[in-house]
Design a protein around this ligand. Structure first.
Ligand code: 5CA
Length: 457
């Protein structure tokens, strides 16, 4: 990976920034100058492991009930997840937009949802006494954008998405960012000329979701779901299995085999396999034999809906068809809880020492541990490694603090970077380091150039 530095002469700076070939930002950081303030003790308010670890690793700070500030380490993960979700949406041909968070009540009156949405909607009055709201979702806003721009079937299908903050005044915000009141969502909206075409968009998103979750190292089971406040007649939730999950799901054991390799699975086939949220599961009508039926708890990380003309009809989103008639477009919407995913990844990837980030979303790839900061040989070798990794565009967090080795090791394990390069007084004179893989705990001793080489490759 080549890199271009904006600040060549930045030896004295706390961190360095660059840009990789793919345009993604990377950054390296020294602990002495970082905002990282890890906690040894377990915060008592946190009931599930992801919340505890996010607080202990200083990824988030609760500003008020269900509303969080994202701190530097947490934000890096949030951005990585966001970028993977974005790349998969772009590959599917969806185009990114940003819609307003503050929306006029008027549009929601048009769709008939303003009164129906209830107390979860945060309602605001502006200085002219106009009723506004902080968007819990954006079907109305996007339908309004669409109807002002698209007039012909020739311009369909359209897939538009945004990655933006939502607000739902949840009655019981809990488990940290897992169920917040303010949260980051990716929401895509599809517009098609017919029901058959809309089904294709639905299947495209279905497939895109399986690829997205696989890149996050998550196994997400697609489950038939009720449509709730969004409405419509076809819907799937994507559930990551975890004991702490809020939903109970029932599924055919066949799914366990198929989901191993989602890329090769025929989607129609996957949609046919029984998997249902508890609201939809009825043991009397369930087609799966008892010994083949599995039950598990899940975290809903995504939810997709086909709702036909529920919004386009009242909001008059029409196009001219091939035969010149005016037809109402068929729509779907497709959500992914980006901020919730940060917690879901931790629920799926941790041990009793802390987080174990999959490489794809790790805040840094490597943690560099100077076992004896202040020792000239150790400091020099660490500086050389830090600089080399930097030049190669490898994201590294360097623990250069004058702390005891035990504290640094515990912190690195807690933060959960995939790799640790450990520099100590025994190996440093021979330019030797230890390379530790966080997931397995496996440690090898090798020349520092070899360790760097392995991180770059
Ligand atoms: N308009 C549709 C699809 S874009 C919609 O809003 N769907 S949703 O209500 O199911 O939300 C989409 C995803 O956002 C959920 O699957 C979940 O992962 C995430 N989400 C919903 N509520 C919260 C919340 N309170 N905290 C964190 N994430 C949430």
């Amino acid at each position: 990976m080549a890199s271009v530095f904006f600040m060549d002469q930045c030896d004295g700076f706390m961190s360095q920034w660059g840009r990789t070939k793919t345009g993604q930002m990377f950054e390296t950081m020294k602990r002495t100058n970082s905002f990282l303030t890890t906690l040894r003790e377990t915060p008592s308010e946190a009931k599930i492991v992801s919340h505890r670890l996010m607080l202990r690793a200083s990824m988030i700070h609760q500003t008020t009930a269900g509303i969080y500030s994202w701190l530097p380490l947490g934000l890096r993960v949030l951005k990585k997840i966001e970028q993977i979700v974005r790349e998969e949406q772009d590959k599917a041909g969806a185009q990114e937009v940003i819609l307003p968070t503050v929306q006029p009540a008027e549009l929601w009156r048009e769709s008939g949802r303003y009164d129906a949405y209830g107390k979860e909607m945060l309602r605001i009055v502006d200085r002219h006494d106009r009723e506004m709201l902080y968007g819990p979702t954006a079907e109305e806003v996007i339908t309004d954008v669409f109807r002002h721009a698209i007039t012909s079937y020739k311009e369909l299908p359209q897939l538009l998405y945004q990655i933006h903050w939502k607000f739902r005044d949840e009655i019981r915000p809990r488990f940290g960012v897992m169920r917040g009141r303010e949260f980051l969502m990716k929401d895509t909206y599809s517009f098609d000329v017919s029901q058959a075409a809309a089904r294709e968009s639905y299947q495209l998103m279905f497939r895109t979701y399986l690829k997205t979750f696989a890149r996050l190292d998550l196994t997400a089971i697609p489950v038939k779901a009720p449509t709730g406040a969004i409405g419509g007649d076809l819907s799937h939730e994507f559930q990551v299995l975890a004991e702490t999950g809020e939903s109970e799901i029932f599924y055919d054991a066949q799914l366990d085999q198929l989901r191993q390799d989602p890329a090769d699975v025929d989607i129609d086939q996957l949609i046919q396999i029984y998997a249902a949220a508890d609201e939809l599961h009825d043991p009397k009508t369930c087609p799966v034999p008892k010994d083949q039926l599995k039950t598990a708890r899940g975290i809903e990380v995504g939810h997709i809906f086909y709702f036909g003309t529920k919004y386009s009809e009242p909001m008059k989103a029409h196009v001219s068809s091939q035969t010149g008639e005016n037809v109402t477009v068929h729509m779907g919407s497709y959500g992914i809880g980006i901020s919730r995913l940060v917690a879901a990844v931790i629920e799926a990837h941790h041990d009793d020492k802390g987080i174990i980030w999959p490489e794809s979303v790790a805040p840094y790839k490597v943690g560099l541990v100077n076992v004896r900061s202040g020792d000239q040989v150790c400091d020099d070798l660490c500086d050389a490694i830090y600089q080399n990794l930097n030049n190669a565009g490898v994201e590294v967090l360097y623990d250069d603090r004058p702390e005891r080795a035990g504290v640094k090791f515990a912190d690195m394990d807690l933060i959960g970077l995939p790799w640790q390069i450990i520099v100590g007084p025994r190996g440093a004179p021979q330019q030797q380091v230890q390379l530790k893989k966080r997931r397995t705990g496996e440690v090898v001793t090798l020349a520092h150039e070899d360790a760097i080489q392995r991180m770059v490759g």
